[in-house]
Write a protein that binds this ligand. Structure first.
Ligand code: NAD
Length: 275
């Protein structure tokens, strides 16, 4: 019996999220995909979401399910649309029976001075990077509280803690999500539901690759100079974080080990916000 118990303990520590079900928004690429992989590896069923080629997404969905022996679904819900977000939550609940973990990750960027920042870009960034988290949490919060377990992880940014010029909408949305995270933490605290924000500095993803190309063109400097003198200028460890690092932290926050961590905004920025 003792041996059996120990074996079960070892198994649950290898697969700390066995039996859980998660929705990860914006998980067809970059950080979201890294988190989805880490959750599946930890034993959780996962609902993928985001844009991309149907065949690629289906291949990704199937290979994740087969590699980790978990149920993996996909929703094409547009995170700028409240109705679509509610439908995605319903689809996830029907498919998995319940939603234990929500990762609000979908996000876009636009860089321009305030006076020429397109108002429609402002609205779009606020909708996708901030309001989508409200709509999804609103849809699943009651169920989590009733079951006395829930994990909400919002992917904010170092720009949720400090500002940079020309990123008004992004910085406003990412600060906003840190505030929202704290409110949800307080409302879920006595019902076993935690809510935390992860605040990455630069992480090597397609979003950052696009920024490197754009900035190289607009500053007329080589890509290496953009990386060294612009992106990693304020990041003291001079390296990009990896999606695997963000995935590992997310798994920990969602595990039993993360039970007392709530309302936190955790920098993963190589010391950037320690300045
Ligand atoms: P990415 O461009 O690689 O991926 C973004 C994902 O969001 C994709 O799956 C895309 O399809 C999806 N998406 C975009 N608009 C959507 C919409 N309307 N509805 C549904 N899905 C949508 O970006 P990334 O670098 O992985 O960024 C992910 C998150 O991490 C974002 O919130 C971003 O702000 C944040 N972040 C990134 C970095 C970084 O350095 N990469 C740093 C800090 C924070």
């Amino acid at each position: 019996m003792l041996v059996l118990n120990r074996k079960m303990d070892m198994q649950s520590s290898r697969r700390p999220l066995e039996g859980r079900a998660a929705i990860v928004t914006g998980s067809t690429s970059g950080i979201g995909l890294g988190i989805a992989k880490a959750l599946a590896e930890a034993g959780s069923a996962v609902m993928l979401n985001g844009f991309g080629h149907r065949d690629d997404i289906e291949m990704q969905r199937r290979s994740l399910a087969e590699a980790h022996d978990v149920d993996v679904a996909y929703s094409d819900a547009d995170m700028s649309q409240a109705d679509a977000i509610r439908s995605m939550a319903e689809q996830g609940t029907r498919r998995f029976g319940q939603i234990d973990i929500v990762i609000n990750n979908a996000g876009i960027q636009h860089v321009a001075p305030v006076e020429s920042f397109p108002p429609e870009k402002w609205d779009q960034i606020l909708a996708i990077n901030l309001s989508s988290a409200f709509h999804l949490v609103r849809a699943i919060f009651e169920g989590m509280k009733a079951r006395n377990f829930g994990r909400i992880v919002n992917i904010s940014s170092a720009h949720g803690l400090i500002a940079s010029p020309f990123k008004s909408a992004y910085v406003a949305a990412k600060h906003g999500i840190v505030g929202f995270t704290k409110v949800v933490a307080l409302e879920g605290a006595d019902a076993g539901v935690t809510s935390n924000a992860i605040c990455p500095g630069y992480v090597w993803t397609p979003l950052v690759e696009r920024q490197i190309d754009d900035q190289a063109k607009s500053h007329k400097i080589p890509r290496e100079a953009v990386i060294r003198d612009v992106l990693l200028k304020n990041q003291p460890n001079k390296r990009f974080a990896s999606v695997e690092e963000i995935g590992a932290l997310t798994v920990f926050l969602c595990s039993d080990g993360g039970s007392s961590i709530t309302g936190a905004a955790i920098p993963v920025d190589g010391g950037w916000t320690a300045h």
